[in-house]
Design a protein around this ligand. Sequence first.
Ligand SMILES: [Zn+2]
Length: 272
Amino acid sequence: MPEGDTVWNTARVLERALAGAVLTASDFRVPQLATADLSGWTVRESASRGKHLLLRVSEPETDRRLTLHSHLRMDGAWRAYAPGDRWAARPAHLIRVVLRTATNVAVGYHLHELALVPTAEEESLVGHLGPDLLGPDWDPDEAVRRLAAQPDTTIAEALLDQRNLAGIGNLYKCEVLFLRGISPWTPVREVPDLRALVVLAQRLLTANRGRWTQSTTGSLRRGETSYVYGRLRAEPCRRCGTRISRADLGERVTYWCPTCQPGTPQLHPARR
Ligand SMILES: [Zn+2]
């Protein structure tokens, strides 16, 4: 599940593969960039902002600067290959862009929101985002301020709103609410300690930087990496043995333990 940590890792993969190198070819397989050609351009750096990827390039003669923006959503990925490697990560029809240097090939699969904009105008794509949990601008007080400005929204939906804080997806949303014992349906105004919640989220994402297996439990063993997220067939809670519940909340499925996280809609029918 591409959340902030996965996107951060992906930005590092592109940094290692491309940064400082001259692109020898580019191949965009999306209509809006069909005529774009970055061959001869230098890759300056690769960065992440929340769940957005920003690959910054410049044209040596003119010093024009552009940013290639991409978003992984649920299913996108970038992979770096050596020249001559088989591009085996995903089926070829999912390829949206290929960037080549003398020593590496970066292939973007099923990317979303692919756009090439002047670097000076990056903010038009990512300026709406709240503080980035894994960014140099991380500011828990600002994240709390933005969350608190939506007092009647459920905490589950507020945590997923990237304008409040950037980088949390459905996995971390479910897991931090479990770890803090908060029902996903709790309105923001009733969450006892918003700061502790966002600080914990930042700690969990940070702990998963640099590896592709996302774990909130400390275990990297298959089937043991989460407390509630993705636990199907009413598996028992790791803490209390109650069956984990699963329901739609807003646009996403949410998982929770009814005992460890009391306060489901049935207990507060007025909030539905
Ligand atoms: Zn429980």
